[in-house]
Design a binder for this molecule. Structure first.
Ligand code: MN
Length: 492
């Protein structure tokens, strides 16, 4: 047990974590027959960040759906058995010290207790349709695992996956590691075997979002977060290894030379991605536990934003500290959709240093659009404190940096210039993902006169023992304690 009274590495699978949430009043069980289209996501969205939601029989389906079990920063720290203030350093330590996985035979793998070769995705699994203009049902919490065709080393990522037919799905693959594997396979006219894992344990889910170089298997980071090798099993139809304790695994192949329409889909910036032709997975098998649980992430809600932002923050902190030892903490704000707006807590040593730091942060990830640097007396996790620093320590003509025409996020609608060309039209002036960068140096000057930049505080405000100061258990009419009442009583 650690200081938080959580046994380290206790949550080896999703079920143990859900049991823990239940025993601490953080899991809401919803009535049967909530509709898979919109209604399920609506309920999950309303409870996001408050309680995880469990739908025992959504749409009359025999398989239950869970959502929102990682929807608070404190819960994620709890799953990692660390204090919230140690979240980033602990994640970073795991990412830098991966533990190789341990393979178990299929007979010992919970995720292969039941096997389907005759595939009908929507009959087999309760796949929700989330947002108003989504094209249809989507798998939003599937860990997509594939092997590098050259090195054999695996990659894990979460990709949105649209159900196109009984045994076909279209997938969005951004130009990262999975994309590189697929390009390599496709160049040789070969399919790329993939597994889509649904209902992994909380730490494997988090590890999947680590920002690492290619050929760093995220399942080894999951092992490091658990403090023990992750048990994996070989897929039935490929060489891909998947977490043995997962709830559900869809085995399939990314087909070479095939594209099918995917979208529109409501994404993390709280806007829709347009319909486009995407890569296609042909499904070969579905395996699952005897009574599996299907996990869905409601797009753009806390679970979605935090799973992406915490591993990014860990990487950004490490990146910035390499050049600036005064960097103390970073935060990707939720208003900035956990991707675009970075707050940096900084112990400045020389004038001008904060501006260099801003430039370094822009280079760290192309999604970062705004960087605000504050002093060490400002909590970067509190947007109100950051705004206070900008309001009182920042002057736009001296402290603002704007860089035009840099690479940004293609999902940020404000980067769009012109109209998307129709089929066959020349792509005239249409641009997406070219973004301006804005840096705000909200640090106070190194030296100043008197108390110009001294933050007002009351001596003792941090150390008052309220429980001791408040007259506990006393319920007295306050009017009895006032002179005015006494006089009024005398008068009557
Ligand atoms: Mn990777």
């Amino acid at each position: 047990m650690n200081a938080n009274n959580f046994p380290s590495g206790a949550f080896r699978d999703l079920r143990q974590w859900l049991t823990h949430l239940t025993s601490t009043g953080r899991l809401a069980v919803i009535r049967d027959n909530v509709q898979l289209k919109h209604q399920l996501a609506a309920i999950a969205k309303r409870l996001d960040g408050r309680q995880a939601v469990f739908f025992p029989k959504p749409g009359g389906h025999a398989i239950p759906v869970i959502s929102g079990f990682m929807s608070r920063r404190a819960w994620i720290a709890e799953a990692m058995a660390v204090k919230e203030s140690e979240l980033l350093s602990s994640f970073r330590r795991a990412a830098e010290n991966p533990i190789p996985w341990h393979e178990v035979p299929g007979s010992e793998a919970a995720c292969q207790q039941v096997v389907h070769h005759d595939i009908d995705l929507q009959a087999a699994l309760p796949i929700p349709t989330h947002s108003e203009f989504d094209s249809g049902p989507y798998i939003t919490a599937g860990l997509v695992i594939a092997r590098n065709p050259v090195t054999g080393i695996q990659n894990v990522s979460i990709n949105r996956i649209q159900v196109n037919a009984k045994d076909r799905m279209a997938i969005l693959i951004l130009p990262r590691h999975l994309h590189a594997f697929y390009q390599e396979a496709e160049a040789h006219g070969q399919p790329l075997h993939v597994a889509v894992v649904i209902g992994a344990d909380p730490l494997t889910l988090l590890a999947s979002q680590a920002i690492t170089p290619i050929d760093h298997d995220e399942l080894e980071i999951a092992g490091a977060l658990h403090g023990a090798p992750l048990a994996v099993v070989k897929c039935l139809t490929s060489e891909v290894r998947v977490p043995a304790n997962a709830e559900i695994v869809i085995e399939g192949r990314l087909l070479p030379g095939v594209r099918e329409p995917e979208g529109p889909f409501g994404e993390f910036p709280k806007y829709y991605s347009a319909k486009e032709n995407r890569e296609v997975i042909a499904v070969d098998a579905i395996t699952h536990r005897t009574s599996p649980i299907f996990h869905t992430i409601v797009p753009a809600e806390m679970e979605h934003l935090l799973l992406g932002s915490i591993p990014r923050e860990a990487t950004l902190l490490s990146h910035l500290q390499r050049s600036f030892s005064g960097v103390l903490d970073v935060h990707l704000s939720m208003g900035g959709v956990g991707r675009y707006h970075l707050h940096v807590k900084f112990r400045k040593r020389r004038e001008g240093e904060a501006k260099n730091l801003i430039l370094c942060a822009f280079g760290a990830h192309y999604d970062i659009k705004q960087v605000t640097v504050v002093d060490e007396d400002v909590d970067v996790h509190d947007p109100e404190q950051v705004e206070w620093a900008v309001a009182t320590r920042f002057q736009a003509d001296r402290d603002l940096i704007v860089i035009s025409g840099a690479q940004g996020s293609v999902l940020d609608p404000s980067t769009t210039v012109g109209n998307e060309p129709a089929n066959g039209e020349a792509p005239a002036a249409y641009l997406q993902g070219i973004s301006a960068k804005m840096g705000l140096d909200a640090t106070k000057p190194m030296s100043y006169q008197g108390h110009v930049f001294t933050k007002v505080r009351v001596p003792g405000e941090d150390t008052v023992d309220l429980e001791a100061e408040i007259m506990a258990g006393v319920s007295m009419d306050w009017t009895d304690m006032t002179q005015v009442t006494a006089e009024a009583k005398t008068a009557s």
